[in-house]
Design a protein around this ligand. Structure first.
Ligand SMILES: Cc1cc2nc3c(=O)[nH]c(=O)nc-3n(C[C@H](O)[C@H](O)[C@H](O)COP(=O)(O)O)c2cc1C
Length: 322
């Protein structure tokens, strides 16, 4: 399938794996790229420029196809060494960067000068327009369904994607709630040039995370995610568990007085425990409503092949017969 996104990134299928903390390692990024999509290494999981350089080198050993690095810009008292991370990305010749979080304007000139394509993840039309105006090449539009941080507007993709299509000139992919060929065809019908998936890619054989995480996604339904940290204007969609219920109880009790320090036990440093050790009650971890559509743990290659053949079937056999 040829779209503006496959052309822009030099990939075969319009399917992107979004950056995911403690999931987006070289193994997953390479598997997605080898299967014809665009895999993404999560920059901040590596933390230092040296470690990121090493992860990029590992990924290059596993694939000769294009892949991306995600840079998430978070407000922080001790910010990561973003210029150092960007230098390694440029030196290694990584062709695509997925930015997320704060406005990436400060870092765009260095990336653009190096010929890197930038796709910025946005949860609203106004942020997408801003991303276009500062020179991003594409946008990943994340609806309210998404795992991770859906922003504060709560607009689902059935509204958000056509609104983005009305306003944007640069291409965009649909993100949040995407799982299969049905998602891809629907996203394209609503104006997107492809799709970005997070949660669906975790439940694959290639994702370098504990089996318990993959099974938790398979066992979850669309009713099992919760929104946390709303009062901190840092809303996150996570899979429900004991830690999340404890956290929500604190949110209820403390209301607007809740501070980040009150929920440190439930959110700080939990990703390695969940993703690598499989201690599923260790804290809150991002997961999308799309878990309700995930019923198996295929290889990334099979997942992407199935998405593309299902999309083809829907277009040729179902839609053209109406
Ligand atoms: C476990 C997990 C960790 C994530 N970590 C990040 C991250 O570090 N940076 C980022 O930009 N997005 C992150 N995301 C969001 C994904 O890149 C993607 O936008 C989102 O998962 C799409 O929604 P879906 O899960 O419904 O497919 C994360 C998502 C999940 C599920």
């Amino acid at each position: 399938m040829k779209t503006k996104i496959t052309e822009l990134f030099g990939i075969e299928h319009p399917i992107i794996q979004g950056g995911m903390h403690h999931v987006g390692f070289a193994e997953l990024a390479a598997a997605v790229s080898n299967a014809g999509g665009l895999g993404t290494i999560t920059g901040l999981t590596q933390g230092t420029p040296e470690k990121l350089a090493n992860e990029i080198a590992r990924c290059k050993e596993m694939t000769d196809k294009p892949f991306a690095v995600n840079l998430t810009f978070l407000p922080s008292l001790t910010p990561p060494d973003y210029p150092g991370l960007i230098k390694e990305i440029i030196d290694a010749g990584v062709p695509v960067v997925e930015t997320a979080g704060r406005n990436p304007a400060e870092y765009l000139p260095a990336l653009k000068e190096a010929g890197i394509k930038v796709i910025h993840k946005c949860t609203s039309v106004r942020h997408s327009i801003k991303a276009q105006s500062i020179g991003c090449d594409a946008v990943s539009v994340d609806g309210f369904e998404c795992g991770g941080h859906p922003g504060e507007d709560d607009i689902p993709n059935f509204i958000l994607l056509p609104r983005a299509a009305e306003e944007l000139e640069i291409p965009f992919v649909a993100s949040g709630g995407m799982a299969d060929g049905r998602s891809l065809v629907a996203a394209m019908a609503l104006g997107a040039e492809g799709m970005n998936m997070g949660t669906r890619f975790i439940a694959t054989q290639d994702a370098p995370v504990h089996q318990n995480v993959k099974e938790a996604i398979v066992n979850a339904t669309e009713l099992d995610t919760r929104l946390i940290m709303r009062s901190l204007t840092n809303t996150e969609r996570v899979l429900n568990n004991e830690a999340v219920e404890r956290l929500m109880e604190k949110e209820k009790r403390l209301g607007d007085d809740l501070k980040f320090e009150d929920i440190l036990d439930e959110v700080a440093g939990v990703y390695p425990k969940i993703m690598h050790e499989g201690t599923m009650e260790a804290g809150a971890w991002s997961c999308g409503m799309v878990a309700g559509l995930v019923n198996d743990i295929p290889t990334v290659q099979d997942l992407i092949n199935n998405i593309m053949s299902q999309a083809d079937e829907i277009i040729k056999l179902r839609l053209q017969n109406f």
